[in-house]
Design a protein around this ligand. Structure first.
Ligand SMILES: [Zn+2]
Ligand SMILES: [Zn+2]
Length: 106
């Protein structure tokens, strides 16, 4: 479902390892490369049989950076990271879900 809450207006790189997304509903979320990498939704980062995550944020060095950020159609963002991993497609909904601000945590 398309709604303002899952429609990014702007994606800004704050530093090599952090991006900020401004959403159409006015909310802002920040995302660190190591965390996003550790929550990568691609098939290689989780066990196909069990759906259990193989890669976790604790496995990723804090120094990881974004190498490439590009939109995938109207629904997702593709990230390539400095460790060479770049098969994860992060839907807007998923990115919005990852917001850890007090408002979204409620
Ligand atoms: Zn992955
Ligand atoms: Zn939030």
């Amino acid at each position: 479902m398309v709604s303002d809450a899952t429609t990014p207006k702007k994606i800004k790189k704050l530093s090599p390892g952090e991006i900020q997304i401004l959403w159409a509903d006015g909310h802002e979320t920040r995302h660190l490369a190591p965390l996003l990498r550790g929550l990568c939704p691609c098939a290689g980062c989780q066990d196909e049989m069990t759906g259990k995550r193989v890669v976790l944020p604790v496995h990723i060095p804090d120094t990881l950076e974004f190498r490439k950020i590009e939109l995938v159609g109207q629904y997702a963002v593709h990230f390539e990271f400095s460790d060479g991993h770049g098969t994860g497609i992060y839907s807007f909904e998923y990115l919005r879900e990852l917001c850890r601000c007090p408002e979204c945590a409620r």
